[in-house]
Design a protein around this ligand. Sequence first.
Ligand code: ATP
Length: 515
Amino acid sequence: MATNEEKLKTIISHAKEYGFVFPSSEIYDGLSAVYDYGQLGSELKFNIKEYWWKAMVQMHENIVGIDSAIFMHPTTWKASGHVDAFNDPLIDNKDSKKRYRADVLIEEYIENKLRAKIEKEVEKAKERFGAAFDEAQYLSTNPRVVEYQKKIDEINARFKKALEDSNMDEMKQIIVDLEIACPISGTKNWTEVRQFNLMFATEIGSLAEGANKIYLRPETAQGIFVNYLNVQKTGRMKIPFGIAQIGKAFRNEIVARQFIFRMREFEQMEMQFFVKPGEQKHWYEYWKTARLKWHQALGLSDKKYRYHDHLKTAHYADAACDIEFEFPMGFKELEGIHSRTNFDLNAHQEFSKKKLQYFDPELNENYVPYVVETSVGLDRMFLSILSASYKEETLEDGSTRVVLSLPPFLAPYKVAILPLMKKDGLPEKAREIMDQLKFSFNCHYEEKDAIGKRYRRHDAYGTPFCVTIDPQTLEDNMVTIRDRDTMKQERVAVDQLERIIREKVDLSSALKKLV
Ligand code: ATP
Protein backbone atom coordinates (compact mmCIF):
# COMPACT_ATOMS: atom_id res chain seq x y z
CA MET A 1 0.00 0.00 0.00
CA ALA A 2 1.51 3.34 -1.05
CA THR A 3 2.01 5.93 1.67
CA ASN A 4 0.29 9.31 1.42
CA GLU A 5 3.55 10.88 0.35
CA GLU A 6 4.06 8.29 -2.38
CA LYS A 7 0.50 8.76 -3.62
CA LEU A 8 1.02 12.51 -3.91
CA LYS A 9 4.36 12.00 -5.66
CA THR A 10 2.69 9.72 -8.22
CA ILE A 11 0.10 12.41 -8.97
CA ILE A 12 2.76 15.11 -9.26
CA SER A 13 4.82 13.10 -11.72
CA HIS A 14 1.76 12.10 -13.76
CA ALA A 15 0.71 15.75 -13.91
CA LYS A 16 4.15 16.73 -15.16
CA GLU A 17 4.66 13.86 -17.60
CA TYR A 18 1.38 14.42 -19.42
CA GLY A 19 1.35 18.22 -19.53
CA PHE A 20 -1.13 18.97 -16.74
CA VAL A 21 1.04 20.94 -14.28
CA PHE A 22 4.65 22.15 -14.41
CA PRO A 23 6.70 23.88 -11.71
CA SER A 24 6.79 27.58 -12.55
CA SER A 25 9.96 28.87 -14.27
CA GLU A 26 11.37 25.38 -14.06
CA ILE A 27 14.48 26.19 -16.11
CA TYR A 28 15.50 28.42 -13.19
CA ASP A 29 14.77 25.59 -10.73
CA GLY A 30 11.20 26.70 -10.12
CA LEU A 31 9.61 29.13 -7.70
CA SER A 32 8.34 27.74 -4.43
CA ALA A 33 4.57 27.16 -4.34
CA VAL A 34 3.96 28.59 -7.81
CA TYR A 35 2.89 26.33 -10.68
CA ASP A 36 1.99 26.58 -14.36
CA TYR A 37 -0.78 24.64 -16.04
CA GLY A 38 0.23 22.90 -19.26
CA GLN A 39 -1.69 22.01 -22.39
CA LEU A 40 -3.94 19.42 -20.73
CA GLY A 41 -4.05 21.13 -17.34
CA SER A 42 -5.37 24.38 -18.72
CA GLU A 43 -8.17 22.49 -20.54
CA LEU A 44 -9.13 20.63 -17.37
CA LYS A 45 -9.03 23.84 -15.37
CA PHE A 46 -11.18 25.61 -17.93
CA ASN A 47 -13.76 22.79 -17.79
CA ILE A 48 -13.91 22.91 -13.98
CA LYS A 49 -14.51 26.66 -14.17
CA GLU A 50 -17.29 26.11 -16.70
CA TYR A 51 -18.95 23.51 -14.45
CA TRP A 52 -18.84 25.92 -11.51
CA TRP A 53 -19.95 28.98 -13.48
CA LYS A 54 -22.86 27.20 -15.14
CA ALA A 55 -23.99 25.61 -11.86
CA MET A 56 -23.83 28.90 -9.98
CA VAL A 57 -24.74 31.56 -12.56
CA GLN A 58 -26.60 29.89 -15.42
CA MET A 59 -28.64 27.63 -13.12
CA HIS A 60 -29.69 30.42 -10.74
CA GLU A 61 -31.81 33.26 -12.03
CA ASN A 62 -30.80 35.35 -9.00
CA ILE A 63 -27.02 34.96 -9.36
CA VAL A 64 -24.88 36.97 -11.77
CA GLY A 65 -21.16 36.94 -12.42
CA ILE A 66 -18.52 39.66 -12.50
CA ASP A 67 -14.79 39.95 -13.19
CA SER A 68 -13.20 42.55 -10.93
CA ALA A 69 -9.56 43.72 -10.92
CA ILE A 70 -6.81 42.13 -8.86
CA PHE A 71 -5.58 45.52 -7.68
CA MET A 72 -7.96 47.39 -5.43
CA HIS A 73 -7.84 50.62 -3.51
CA PRO A 74 -5.61 49.93 -0.46
CA THR A 75 -8.33 51.06 1.96
CA THR A 76 -10.33 48.00 0.84
CA TRP A 77 -7.94 45.82 2.82
CA LYS A 78 -7.98 48.06 5.84
CA ALA A 79 -11.80 47.90 5.86
CA SER A 80 -11.91 44.14 5.32
CA GLY A 81 -9.59 43.56 8.26
CA HIS A 82 -6.86 41.95 6.17
CA VAL A 83 -4.21 44.57 6.99
CA ASP A 84 -4.66 44.00 10.72
CA ALA A 85 -5.88 40.44 11.01
CA PHE A 86 -4.91 38.33 8.01
CA ASN A 87 -2.12 36.60 9.88
CA ASP A 88 -0.87 33.11 10.43
CA PRO A 89 0.88 32.15 13.66
CA LEU A 90 4.33 30.90 12.70
CA ILE A 91 6.99 29.05 14.60
CA ASP A 92 10.52 27.98 13.62
CA ASN A 93 12.46 24.93 14.66
CA LYS A 94 15.90 26.21 15.64
CA ASP A 95 17.70 23.03 14.55
CA SER A 96 16.16 22.30 11.16
CA LYS A 97 15.52 26.03 10.50
CA LYS A 98 12.13 24.95 9.12
CA ARG A 99 9.14 27.20 9.54
CA TYR A 100 5.68 25.89 10.48
CA ARG A 101 2.21 27.21 11.14
CA ALA A 102 1.69 26.70 14.86
CA ASP A 103 -2.03 25.99 14.40
CA VAL A 104 -1.27 23.35 11.76
CA LEU A 105 1.23 21.59 14.05
CA ILE A 106 -1.47 21.31 16.72
CA GLU A 107 -4.18 20.21 14.30
CA GLU A 108 -1.87 17.58 12.81
CA TYR A 109 -1.06 16.30 16.28
CA ILE A 110 -4.77 15.85 17.01
CA GLU A 111 -5.34 14.17 13.65
CA ASN A 112 -2.32 11.86 13.59
CA LYS A 113 -1.85 11.04 17.25
CA LEU A 114 -5.36 10.97 18.65
CA ARG A 115 -8.00 10.72 15.96
CA ALA A 116 -5.99 8.07 14.11
CA LYS A 117 -6.01 5.96 17.30
CA ILE A 118 -9.79 6.27 17.60
CA GLU A 119 -10.19 5.23 13.98
CA LYS A 120 -7.95 2.22 14.54
CA GLU A 121 -9.98 1.12 17.58
CA VAL A 122 -13.20 1.48 15.58
CA GLU A 123 -11.78 -0.58 12.69
CA LYS A 124 -10.72 -3.35 15.06
CA ALA A 125 -14.11 -3.37 16.78
CA LYS A 126 -15.90 -3.47 13.42
CA GLU A 127 -13.95 -6.58 12.49
CA ARG A 128 -14.65 -8.19 15.83
CA PHE A 129 -18.41 -7.47 16.04
CA GLY A 130 -19.34 -7.51 12.34
CA ALA A 131 -22.92 -6.50 11.49
CA ALA A 132 -23.84 -6.15 15.19
CA PHE A 133 -21.39 -3.26 15.64
CA ASP A 134 -22.97 -0.04 16.92
CA GLU A 135 -20.42 2.70 16.22
CA ALA A 136 -22.16 5.51 18.13
CA GLN A 137 -22.49 3.39 21.24
CA TYR A 138 -18.88 2.19 20.97
CA LEU A 139 -17.58 5.74 20.66
CA SER A 140 -19.38 6.83 23.79
CA THR A 141 -18.60 3.79 25.97
CA ASN A 142 -15.21 2.30 25.10
CA PRO A 143 -12.88 3.61 27.84
CA ARG A 144 -9.82 4.04 25.57
CA VAL A 145 -11.81 5.89 22.91
CA VAL A 146 -13.51 8.07 25.53
CA GLU A 147 -10.08 8.95 26.94
CA TYR A 148 -8.71 9.94 23.51
CA GLN A 149 -11.80 12.02 22.79
CA LYS A 150 -11.47 13.77 26.15
CA LYS A 151 -7.89 14.67 25.31
CA ILE A 152 -8.95 16.01 21.88
CA ASP A 153 -11.67 18.15 23.48
CA GLU A 154 -9.23 19.54 26.05
CA ILE A 155 -6.65 20.49 23.42
CA ASN A 156 -9.34 21.99 21.18
CA ALA A 157 -10.71 24.11 24.01
CA ARG A 158 -7.23 25.47 24.86
CA PHE A 159 -6.40 25.98 21.21
CA LYS A 160 -9.68 27.77 20.51
CA LYS A 161 -9.15 30.15 23.42
CA ALA A 162 -5.54 30.88 22.40
CA LEU A 163 -6.70 31.71 18.87
CA GLU A 164 -9.56 33.87 20.10
CA ASP A 165 -7.27 35.80 22.41
CA SER A 166 -4.45 35.91 19.83
CA ASN A 167 -2.36 34.54 22.69
CA MET A 168 0.84 33.45 20.96
CA ASP A 169 2.57 32.46 24.25
CA GLU A 170 -0.22 30.01 24.96
CA MET A 171 0.04 28.62 21.40
CA LYS A 172 3.71 27.93 22.04
CA GLN A 173 2.88 26.37 25.42
CA ILE A 174 0.40 23.96 23.83
CA ILE A 175 3.13 22.82 21.42
CA VAL A 176 5.53 22.38 24.32
CA ASP A 177 2.97 20.54 26.48
CA LEU A 178 2.06 18.15 23.67
CA GLU A 179 5.76 17.53 23.11
CA ILE A 180 5.41 18.14 19.38
CA ALA A 181 8.71 17.59 17.59
CA CYS A 182 9.88 18.96 14.25
CA PRO A 183 9.37 16.24 11.60
CA ILE A 184 12.73 17.13 10.02
CA SER A 185 15.12 17.50 12.98
CA GLY A 186 13.08 15.49 15.46
CA THR A 187 13.83 18.12 18.16
CA LYS A 188 11.50 20.28 20.26
CA ASN A 189 13.76 23.29 20.05
CA TRP A 190 11.18 25.92 19.02
CA THR A 191 11.23 29.71 18.68
CA GLU A 192 8.39 31.87 20.01
CA VAL A 193 5.16 31.98 17.95
CA ARG A 194 4.81 35.16 15.85
CA GLN A 195 2.01 36.57 13.72
CA PHE A 196 2.82 36.93 10.00
CA ASN A 197 0.67 38.87 7.49
CA LEU A 198 -0.08 36.88 4.35
CA MET A 199 -0.72 39.71 1.89
CA PHE A 200 1.76 40.53 -0.89
CA ALA A 201 2.39 44.25 -1.17
CA THR A 202 3.66 46.18 -4.17
CA GLU A 203 3.71 49.79 -5.33
CA ILE A 204 1.48 51.57 -7.79
CA GLY A 205 2.40 54.67 -9.75
CA SER A 206 5.79 56.08 -10.73
CA LEU A 207 8.08 57.64 -8.15
CA ALA A 208 7.30 61.07 -9.59
CA GLU A 209 3.61 60.57 -8.92
CA GLY A 210 4.42 59.43 -5.41
CA ALA A 211 4.35 55.69 -5.00
CA ASN A 212 1.54 54.07 -3.07
CA LYS A 213 1.57 50.74 -1.37
CA ILE A 214 -1.08 48.41 -2.70
CA TYR A 215 -1.79 44.72 -2.26
CA LEU A 216 -2.35 41.77 -4.52
CA ARG A 217 -5.81 40.64 -3.47
CA PRO A 218 -5.74 37.70 -1.03
CA GLU A 219 -9.36 36.79 -1.92
CA THR A 220 -11.72 37.69 -4.74
CA ALA A 221 -14.62 38.42 -2.39
CA GLN A 222 -13.79 42.07 -1.75
CA GLY A 223 -14.12 42.84 -5.49
CA ILE A 224 -17.69 41.64 -5.14
CA PHE A 225 -18.46 43.65 -2.01
CA VAL A 226 -17.26 46.95 -3.44
CA ASN A 227 -19.36 46.33 -6.57
CA TYR A 228 -22.44 45.03 -4.85
CA LEU A 229 -24.54 48.18 -5.28
CA ASN A 230 -23.37 48.69 -8.88
CA VAL A 231 -24.56 45.20 -9.73
CA GLN A 232 -27.73 45.39 -7.64
CA LYS A 233 -28.82 48.66 -9.24
CA THR A 234 -27.80 48.00 -12.86
CA GLY A 235 -28.98 44.38 -12.73
CA ARG A 236 -32.17 45.35 -10.82
CA MET A 237 -31.41 42.49 -8.43
CA LYS A 238 -33.80 41.73 -5.58
CA ILE A 239 -32.68 40.18 -2.32
CA PRO A 240 -31.83 37.33 -1.98
CA PHE A 241 -29.33 37.46 -4.84
CA GLY A 242 -25.77 36.39 -5.48
CA ILE A 243 -22.68 37.67 -7.25
CA ALA A 244 -20.16 35.12 -8.47
CA GLN A 245 -16.59 35.54 -9.58
CA ILE A 246 -13.61 33.43 -10.66
CA GLY A 247 -10.18 34.95 -10.33
CA LYS A 248 -6.64 34.93 -9.04
CA ALA A 249 -5.76 35.46 -5.39
CA PHE A 250 -2.35 35.75 -3.75
CA ARG A 251 -1.15 34.74 -0.30
CA ASN A 252 2.38 34.65 1.04
CA GLU A 253 1.84 31.20 2.55
CA ILE A 254 4.37 30.20 5.18
CA VAL A 255 4.00 26.49 4.75
CA ALA A 256 3.82 26.24 0.99
CA ARG A 257 3.95 22.51 0.38
CA GLN A 258 1.78 19.77 -1.03
CA PHE A 259 1.91 20.72 -4.69
CA ILE A 260 -1.03 22.82 -5.90
CA PHE A 261 -2.90 22.37 -2.61
CA ARG A 262 -1.28 25.44 -1.06
CA MET A 263 0.06 27.97 -3.54
CA ARG A 264 1.17 31.56 -3.32
CA GLU A 265 -0.73 32.43 -6.51
CA PHE A 266 -3.99 30.53 -6.96
CA GLU A 267 -7.51 30.86 -8.26
CA GLN A 268 -10.76 31.05 -6.35
CA MET A 269 -14.35 30.55 -7.42
CA GLU A 270 -16.40 32.60 -5.00
CA MET A 271 -20.04 33.55 -4.67
CA GLN A 272 -21.44 36.08 -2.22
CA PHE A 273 -25.15 35.66 -1.53
CA PHE A 274 -26.86 38.79 -0.19
CA VAL A 275 -29.77 38.09 2.16
CA LYS A 276 -32.20 39.80 4.49
CA PRO A 277 -30.76 40.17 8.02
CA GLY A 278 -32.02 37.28 10.13
CA GLU A 279 -32.23 34.89 7.16
CA GLN A 280 -28.51 34.11 7.05
CA LYS A 281 -28.81 30.84 9.01
CA HIS A 282 -31.32 29.46 6.52
CA TRP A 283 -29.15 30.41 3.51
CA TYR A 284 -25.99 29.16 5.19
CA GLU A 285 -27.59 25.71 5.55
CA TYR A 286 -28.96 25.93 2.00
CA TRP A 287 -25.54 26.61 0.48
CA LYS A 288 -23.83 24.00 2.66
CA THR A 289 -26.12 21.36 1.17
CA ALA A 290 -26.07 22.75 -2.37
CA ARG A 291 -22.29 22.95 -2.55
CA LEU A 292 -21.77 19.39 -1.29
CA LYS A 293 -24.23 18.21 -3.92
CA TRP A 294 -22.24 20.05 -6.59
CA HIS A 295 -19.07 18.20 -5.56
CA GLN A 296 -20.80 14.85 -5.33
CA ALA A 297 -22.33 15.24 -8.80
CA LEU A 298 -18.82 14.70 -10.15
CA GLY A 299 -19.22 11.05 -9.20
CA LEU A 300 -15.77 10.72 -7.60
CA SER A 301 -17.23 8.87 -4.56
CA ASP A 302 -19.40 10.46 -1.90
CA LYS A 303 -17.15 9.02 0.81
CA LYS A 304 -14.36 11.37 -0.17
CA TYR A 305 -16.20 14.43 1.16
CA ARG A 306 -17.07 15.53 4.67
CA TYR A 307 -18.07 18.71 6.48
CA HIS A 308 -15.82 20.28 9.07
CA ASP A 309 -17.52 22.92 11.22
CA HIS A 310 -15.15 25.64 12.42
CA LEU A 311 -14.27 25.95 16.08
CA LYS A 312 -13.17 29.49 15.60
CA THR A 313 -14.81 31.60 12.94
CA ALA A 314 -12.82 34.28 11.10
CA HIS A 315 -13.15 37.89 12.24
CA TYR A 316 -16.03 38.47 9.80
CA ALA A 317 -18.18 35.33 10.26
CA ASP A 318 -20.97 34.08 12.55
CA ALA A 319 -20.84 30.50 11.23
CA ALA A 320 -18.40 28.70 9.00
CA CYS A 321 -17.63 25.24 7.74
CA ASP A 322 -15.35 23.56 5.25
CA ILE A 323 -16.16 20.88 2.77
CA GLU A 324 -13.16 18.62 3.11
CA PHE A 325 -11.91 16.19 0.51
CA GLU A 326 -9.79 13.10 0.96
CA PHE A 327 -6.67 14.25 -0.88
CA PRO A 328 -3.65 11.92 -1.18
CA MET A 329 -2.43 13.65 2.02
CA GLY A 330 -5.68 12.89 3.89
CA PHE A 331 -8.87 14.92 4.49
CA LYS A 332 -8.23 18.64 3.91
CA GLU A 333 -10.24 21.79 3.13
CA LEU A 334 -11.52 22.05 -0.41
CA GLU A 335 -14.20 24.72 -0.01
CA GLY A 336 -15.23 27.17 2.68
CA ILE A 337 -18.83 28.22 3.37
CA HIS A 338 -19.06 31.27 5.58
CA SER A 339 -21.89 33.27 7.00
CA ARG A 340 -20.07 36.63 6.82
CA THR A 341 -22.82 38.70 8.47
CA ASN A 342 -22.91 42.35 7.35
CA PHE A 343 -19.30 42.79 8.47
CA ASP A 344 -17.77 43.59 5.07
CA LEU A 345 -20.50 45.89 3.76
CA ASN A 346 -20.65 47.75 7.08
CA ALA A 347 -16.89 48.18 7.10
CA HIS A 348 -16.81 49.46 3.51
CA GLN A 349 -19.65 51.83 4.33
CA GLU A 350 -17.70 53.18 7.26
CA PHE A 351 -14.36 53.53 5.46
CA SER A 352 -15.72 54.85 2.14
CA LYS A 353 -18.40 57.04 3.75
CA LYS A 354 -20.77 55.81 1.00
CA LYS A 355 -24.11 54.24 1.82
CA LEU A 356 -24.21 50.57 0.86
CA GLN A 357 -27.78 49.95 1.89
CA TYR A 358 -30.40 48.03 -0.01
CA PHE A 359 -33.93 49.32 -0.28
CA ASP A 360 -36.26 46.41 0.32
CA PRO A 361 -39.51 47.15 -1.55
CA GLU A 362 -41.41 44.46 0.35
CA LEU A 363 -40.51 45.85 3.77
CA ASN A 364 -40.33 49.41 2.51
CA GLU A 365 -37.08 49.93 4.42
CA ASN A 366 -33.31 50.22 3.93
CA TYR A 367 -30.80 47.82 5.40
CA VAL A 368 -27.28 46.50 4.91
CA PRO A 369 -27.69 42.91 3.69
CA TYR A 370 -26.12 39.89 5.36
CA VAL A 371 -23.88 37.69 3.24
CA VAL A 372 -23.35 33.97 2.89
CA GLU A 373 -20.23 33.09 0.97
CA THR A 374 -19.18 29.95 -0.87
CA SER A 375 -15.49 29.88 -1.73
CA VAL A 376 -13.74 27.04 -3.49
CA GLY A 377 -10.15 26.89 -4.67
CA LEU A 378 -9.90 26.05 -8.35
CA ASP A 379 -6.46 24.51 -7.92
CA ARG A 380 -7.63 22.38 -5.01
CA MET A 381 -10.59 21.25 -7.14
CA PHE A 382 -8.08 20.34 -9.84
CA LEU A 383 -6.00 18.30 -7.39
CA SER A 384 -9.04 16.58 -5.93
CA ILE A 385 -10.27 15.55 -9.37
CA LEU A 386 -6.86 14.48 -10.64
CA SER A 387 -6.04 12.42 -7.56
CA ALA A 388 -9.44 10.72 -7.32
CA SER A 389 -9.38 9.88 -11.03
CA TYR A 390 -5.89 8.42 -11.15
CA LYS A 391 -5.93 4.62 -11.28
CA GLU A 392 -3.39 1.91 -11.89
CA GLU A 393 -5.20 -1.19 -13.11
CA THR A 394 -3.94 -4.72 -13.62
CA LEU A 395 -5.45 -6.17 -16.76
CA GLU A 396 -6.39 -9.78 -17.48
CA ASP A 397 -3.15 -10.39 -19.39
CA GLY A 398 -1.16 -9.28 -16.34
CA SER A 399 -0.13 -5.92 -17.83
CA THR A 400 -0.95 -2.66 -16.07
CA ARG A 401 -2.55 0.46 -17.38
CA VAL A 402 -2.70 3.94 -15.91
CA VAL A 403 -6.05 5.56 -16.50
CA LEU A 404 -7.45 8.92 -15.50
CA SER A 405 -11.14 8.22 -15.11
CA LEU A 406 -12.01 11.92 -15.13
CA PRO A 407 -15.68 12.85 -15.17
CA PRO A 408 -16.10 12.83 -18.99
CA PHE A 409 -17.39 16.42 -19.22
CA LEU A 410 -14.19 17.62 -17.54
CA ALA A 411 -11.76 15.64 -19.70
CA PRO A 412 -9.28 17.83 -21.66
CA TYR A 413 -9.86 15.88 -24.88
CA LYS A 414 -13.26 14.34 -25.38
CA VAL A 415 -12.21 12.15 -28.27
CA ALA A 416 -8.98 10.96 -29.91
CA ILE A 417 -9.08 10.49 -33.67
CA LEU A 418 -6.69 7.73 -34.61
CA PRO A 419 -6.03 6.42 -38.13
CA LEU A 420 -4.82 2.84 -37.76
CA MET A 421 -1.98 3.46 -40.21
CA LYS A 422 -0.32 6.49 -41.71
CA LYS A 423 -1.18 5.45 -45.29
CA ASP A 424 -3.81 4.19 -47.70
CA GLY A 425 -6.03 7.23 -47.31
CA LEU A 426 -6.68 6.60 -43.59
CA PRO A 427 -5.22 9.92 -42.37
CA GLU A 428 -7.39 11.79 -44.90
CA LYS A 429 -10.53 9.98 -43.74
CA ALA A 430 -9.57 10.60 -40.10
CA ARG A 431 -9.11 14.31 -40.81
CA GLU A 432 -12.54 14.39 -42.42
CA ILE A 433 -14.08 12.93 -39.23
CA MET A 434 -12.04 15.31 -37.08
CA ASP A 435 -13.33 18.23 -39.14
CA GLN A 436 -16.90 17.17 -38.41
CA LEU A 437 -16.43 16.61 -34.69
CA LYS A 438 -14.19 19.54 -33.81
CA PHE A 439 -17.12 21.97 -33.84
CA SER A 440 -18.66 20.09 -30.94
CA PHE A 441 -15.77 18.59 -28.97
CA ASN A 442 -12.12 19.11 -28.17
CA CYS A 443 -10.62 16.38 -30.37
CA HIS A 444 -7.03 15.19 -30.56
CA TYR A 445 -5.62 13.79 -33.80
CA GLU A 446 -2.74 11.30 -33.53
CA GLU A 447 -1.14 9.01 -36.08
CA LYS A 448 2.20 8.19 -34.43
CA ASP A 449 2.89 4.86 -32.65
CA ALA A 450 1.05 1.54 -32.58
CA ILE A 451 -2.65 1.82 -31.84
CA GLY A 452 -2.30 0.10 -28.41
CA LYS A 453 0.27 2.65 -27.35
CA ARG A 454 -1.95 5.51 -28.46
CA TYR A 455 -4.88 4.03 -26.51
CA ARG A 456 -2.73 3.90 -23.37
CA ARG A 457 -1.57 7.48 -23.86
CA HIS A 458 -5.16 8.67 -24.08
CA ASP A 459 -6.08 6.60 -21.01
CA ALA A 460 -3.38 8.56 -19.17
CA TYR A 461 -4.81 11.85 -20.53
CA GLY A 462 -8.30 10.81 -19.41
CA THR A 463 -9.82 10.94 -22.92
CA PRO A 464 -13.25 9.25 -22.70
CA PHE A 465 -13.29 7.98 -26.30
CA CYS A 466 -10.83 6.84 -28.95
CA VAL A 467 -12.08 6.55 -32.52
CA THR A 468 -10.03 4.34 -34.84
CA ILE A 469 -10.20 4.60 -38.61
CA ASP A 470 -9.16 1.42 -40.46
CA PRO A 471 -9.22 0.28 -44.13
CA GLN A 472 -12.76 -1.07 -43.68
CA THR A 473 -13.90 2.45 -42.76
CA LEU A 474 -13.23 3.59 -46.33
CA GLU A 475 -15.71 1.00 -47.54
CA ASP A 476 -18.54 1.07 -44.98
CA ASN A 477 -18.06 4.44 -43.22
CA MET A 478 -17.92 2.63 -39.87
CA VAL A 479 -15.28 3.21 -37.18
CA THR A 480 -14.22 1.53 -33.95
CA ILE A 481 -15.06 3.53 -30.86
CA ARG A 482 -13.27 2.54 -27.64
CA ASP A 483 -14.54 3.48 -24.20
CA ARG A 484 -11.81 4.61 -21.78
CA ASP A 485 -13.37 3.05 -18.68
CA THR A 486 -14.58 -0.32 -19.96
CA MET A 487 -12.03 -0.57 -22.81
CA LYS A 488 -14.92 -2.03 -24.83
CA GLN A 489 -14.69 -1.48 -28.57
CA GLU A 490 -17.70 -1.11 -30.77
CA ARG A 491 -18.19 -0.69 -34.48
CA VAL A 492 -20.41 2.31 -35.22
CA ALA A 493 -21.41 4.45 -38.20
CA VAL A 494 -19.51 7.73 -38.53
CA ASP A 495 -22.75 9.70 -38.48
CA GLN A 496 -23.58 8.21 -35.03
CA LEU A 497 -20.35 9.45 -33.43
CA GLU A 498 -21.55 12.87 -32.44
CA ARG A 499 -24.60 11.47 -30.62
CA ILE A 500 -22.67 8.71 -28.82
CA ILE A 501 -19.94 11.07 -27.63
CA ARG A 502 -22.36 13.80 -26.62
CA GLU A 503 -24.41 11.41 -24.48
CA LYS A 504 -21.36 10.75 -22.32
CA VAL A 505 -19.50 14.06 -22.24
CA ASP A 506 -22.35 16.53 -21.99
CA LEU A 507 -22.02 18.91 -19.04
CA SER A 508 -25.78 19.32 -18.82
CA SER A 509 -26.19 15.76 -17.49
CA ALA A 510 -24.10 16.72 -14.43
CA LEU A 511 -26.02 20.00 -14.07
CA LYS A 512 -29.33 18.12 -14.14
CA LYS A 513 -28.25 16.18 -11.04
CA LEU A 514 -28.18 19.47 -9.14
CA VAL A 515 -31.86 20.31 -9.41
P1 ATP B 1 -6.48 27.07 4.61
O1 ATP B 1 -7.07 26.92 5.98
O2 ATP B 1 -6.24 25.76 3.90
O3 ATP B 1 -5.31 28.00 4.55
P2 ATP B 1 -8.40 29.10 4.20
O4 ATP B 1 -9.43 28.70 5.20
O5 ATP B 1 -7.46 30.20 4.50
O6 ATP B 1 -7.57 27.79 3.72
P3 ATP B 1 -10.26 30.50 2.56
O7 ATP B 1 -9.75 31.82 2.92
O8 ATP B 1 -11.56 30.03 3.14
O9 ATP B 1 -9.12 29.39 2.85
O10 ATP B 1 -10.28 30.38 0.99
C1 ATP B 1 -11.29 29.68 0.29
C2 ATP B 1 -10.71 28.57 -0.57
O11 ATP B 1 -9.60 29.05 -1.35
C3 ATP B 1 -10.13 27.41 0.24
O12 ATP B 1 -11.14 26.51 0.60
C4 ATP B 1 -9.16 26.81 -0.74
O13 ATP B 1 -9.82 25.91 -1.62
C5 ATP B 1 -8.67 27.99 -1.53
N1 ATP B 1 -7.35 28.40 -1.06
C6 ATP B 1 -7.07 29.18 0.00
N2 ATP B 1 -5.75 29.36 0.13
C7 ATP B 1 -5.17 28.67 -0.90
C8 ATP B 1 -3.83 28.47 -1.32
N3 ATP B 1 -2.83 29.03 -0.68
N4 ATP B 1 -3.60 27.71 -2.42
C9 ATP B 1 -4.63 27.14 -3.09
N5 ATP B 1 -5.92 27.30 -2.74
C10 ATP B 1 -6.19 28.05 -1.66
